[in-house]
Design a protein around this ligand. Sequence first.
Ligand code: ZN
Length: 144
Amino acid sequence: MKNFEKFLAKYKNTSQPIKIEKIIKDLWITINYVKSNKIDWMCVQIEWKWHILCKWNVCEARRRFTLAHELKHYLEKENAYAIQWQMRKKMEREANYFAWKLLVPWMALSNMWNEMKDIQKVAKIFKVSPQVVRLRLTDLWINF
Ligand SMILES: [Zn+2]
């Protein structure tokens, strides 16, 4: 099983919202909140230590999503700068997909959806954007 699949399996039954910051810190990755608009989100290795650079002025849902996305790059030790554009596009798609799955596990979502049928409320519980809930519902063939 791939690294990221193991990871998803490990966290699929944890309570919501998933503690993405703690998960990252437990892997000894430092989260650096950067106040510059010139710096984009990224996951970098500086000497032996991994860092996720993170914009400080974004909403919580956006921050959580991007942290999960960068975590995927870390798990696969992907170096976004070393590879070609086509490959990078694929990596970015996969990292997004990983983030959606990690933050919104399907079992938890389908249970909650049956109870609530309300995208805004469900998004609040998972601490993700309503857009992410919509994507996951579509993904799981759940009508909304
Ligand atoms: Zn990325």
